[in-house]
Design a protein around this ligand. Structure first.
Ligand code: GRG
Length: 314
């Protein structure tokens, strides 16, 4: 029996690269047709969506589909909808009233380029468009209505107060303690449990939705959907911890972005130390992989994906 490819191995990179290319090729057509009278919001949406991201969430959806040998065309619109929600969340997160970031993916953030009001409209516009895409606007008749409704409910839950919005709210209040956002009600410095809550909602929710959407579209059984959701839950938290490690001890050139920007924040590295954070990421990755046991060899690529994300330096 062939062993899984090592993280970073050529075959794995090629496979991931091919999935990413499918996403990159499909994304522009997911944007609404541009018209002059509303050009600024169209341009801001395109800036946020098409700037060079890693496309992990849609790749996860496609990777789950690949395990079931589902046709990529069946999964692509939904995979793109997940990337659109992610892009919307980045636009909103970068605003001065939230994280106040000036650059993203090596480029000026949406509000720096287009102004705050247009950035807010672009974020909401991407979110709105994601649901239109998921509802099948781009591929009428390709999906049964009950399935469309299930996916829409699942995505809404991942964004809501039990998902991204809840995690972001907890993060904003926790951050007040550091004096960075002194105008907000300051809760005590977050402990490990609070930090886990924040990131399992801010990051984990969309990872889970990405895997679940891929599973539902591939005809997975409820037990299989649950197993894949557990895999993605662990993967999402490990991904965030690795992000913290890259910011704390990563190489700026390899990371492709400035590092050290989290030094005033509470992160898994400030709470657990570098070695503790590495151990936690490794434990979560191992747990993610163990969730794939019911699928046996069919889940080989998902296993490799988990190890690749743990080993990444960008
Ligand atoms: C209504 C959609 C919506 C959101 C409102 C603002 C907000 C609530 C939540 C913020 C969520 C957020 C930005 C979480 C950070 C997740 C994260 C790890 C981002 C970086 O992801 P990568 O590394 O980025 O995949 P790229 O640029 O590669 O796509």
């Amino acid at each position: 029996m062939a062993a899984p490819d090592r993280p970073g191995s050529g075959a794995l990179q090629l496979w991931m690269g091919a999935l990413r290319e499918q996403v990159e090729a499909a994304l522009p057509a997911m944007l609404p047709p541009r018209h002059e009278t509303a050009a600024p919001v169209h341009d801001a949406m395109a800036h946020a969506l098409l700037s060079p991201g890693k496309r992990i969430r849609p790749v996860l959806t496609l990777a789950v589909g690949a395990m079931y040998r589902a046709r990529p065309a069946r999964l692509l619109p939904a995979a793109c909808a997940l990337e659109m929600v992610h892009a919307a969340s980045l636009v909103l997160d970068d605003l001065p009233c939230m994280d106040g970031a000036a650059t993203r993916r090596g480029r000026p953030t949406c509000h720096v380029m287009f102004g705050e009001a247009t950035a807010i409209l672009a974020g909401v516009g991407l979110l709105n468009r994601a649901f239109a895409v998921l509802a099948g606007e781009e591929a009428p008749g390709a999906m049964r209505d009950r399935l469309r409704a299930l996916l829409a409910r699942r995505l809404a839950a991942a964004i809501g107060t039990d998902g991204l919005i809840g995690g972001q709210t907890a993060d904003l209040h926790a951050a007040g303690a550091g004096g960075m956002r002194g105008d907000r009600r300051a809760d005590p410095q977050p402990d490990l449990r609070t930090l886990e809550f924040i990131h399992s909602h801010k990051t984990g929710s969309l990872f889970i939705a990405s895997a679940e959407v891929g599973a539902h579209l591939s005809g997975a059984t409820p037990r299989e959907v649950d197993a894949l959701a557990s895999y993605a839950r662990n993967l999402g938290l490990a991904f965030q911890i690795t992000d913290d490690l890259i910011d704390a001890v990563g190489d700026e050139r390899a990371a492709g972005k400035p590092v050290g920007s989290d030094r005033l924040k509470t992160t898994f590295v400030t709470l657990c130390g570098v070695e503790g954070a590495r151990a936690l990421a490794a434990e979560l990755t191992a747990t993610a992989v163990s969730c794939l046991a019911p699928f046996g060899r069919r889940a080989r690529r998902l296993e490799e994906l988990a190890r690749l994300l743990e080993a990444r330096d960008r």
